[in-house]
Design a protein around this ligand. Sequence first.
Ligand code: PMP
Length: 406
Amino acid sequence: MRNDRYSTRVNKMKASEVRELLKLLDQPDIISFAGGIPDPALFPKDAIKEAYSALLDENAGAALQYSVSEGYRPLREWLAAHMASLGVACSIDNIVITTGSQQALDYLGKLFISPGDTILTTWPTYLGALQAFNAYEPHYDRLSPHGNMTPDIYRQHATTLGGEVKLAYLTADFCNPTGETLGREERLRLVDLAHELDIPLIEDAAYQALRFDGERIAPMLALDIEKHGGIENSRVIYSGSFSKTLTPGMRVGWVCAAKPIIGKLVLIKQAADLHSPTINQMVIHRVAEKHFDEQVEKACTAYRNRRDLLLAALERYMPAGVSWTRPEGGMFVWLTLPEALDGAALLAQSIEEIRVAFVPGAAFHADGSGRNTIRLNFSLPGAEAIDTGMARLGELIGRQLRSEAA
Ligand code: PMP
């Protein structure tokens, strides 16, 4: 089909070269730090099996039936209590269930972005968010949590690009890809910016529960509620997910925000997929009710251990000039290489010569910068793979640097 037969929106959606390359990684001899997925050994398999079986015995009629677009009421009730435990006082009318939090990103793009509008996000940011938003033909401007951009500068940039600033998006806890977490002051500054610009601020909380150490910092939604007198006055849209705590395979996430926003998302959901799978929502509810805390603890113990191994291996094997983040949770460490190195070229060479995979950092930058950065995942590789992988990668980077210098 000719390209102009597709919508302009589809022509903005490009297959990522990196994703294409990473598809080749199934070979058993590759040591991969490229994934971004939970360790399947942690899935609460028995609890899930039991819940499906019990629901089909007790309530198959409802479990296999169509259901409301807002989502399964007992799950929304559980989530309202969960959000309250994070400092977010809300009712079930502030919550809609989504088919994974990826769906929430798509729906939020659909809700707020007209072609040419500007989205503020960090450099780097979650690649899947850029992919979801790109369908709505936005421009991007760099969201600076450290506060050297004023609302007026953002407005001027957006006007020059032919639209308005319509949305801000970021991950405040254990960001994918950097592993970094925003402090309370930075969160408050972003909340203020959202109010000054009068735009929604999407808080992607996919990794929020996975804190291994350090102190928990209140979600931006909680800070906004505290400062502005309740969720109905807040600008933050909290996007949560069971993918990293229970399982990604059942595709259950949620959005928590002011009621008018939830109401509009429900309309979008009704038109798009009617509702998320009824039985999956019911099973997730039963499993979360009994096992959520224990699952979070299990995941944190496993991932803390692997993060420590990865940080120790980086210390041991990386040549001078390479720096990295030290995340307090999540699944990723972010490496900054000396300027002379290119992450994408390094990946090609790494796969061919040393059979080690990772994700080059440029893909996570809306402006294509970040050439000399790479993302390493630590939720999947075991102790031996971490040590061998980093020994090989450190040696390859050292070799590259010496040949650049020669
Ligand atoms: N946000 C972030 C930051 C992610 O890393 C991911 C998945 N890797 C998602 C959202 C989407 O996850 P899900 O749809 O499984 O909830």
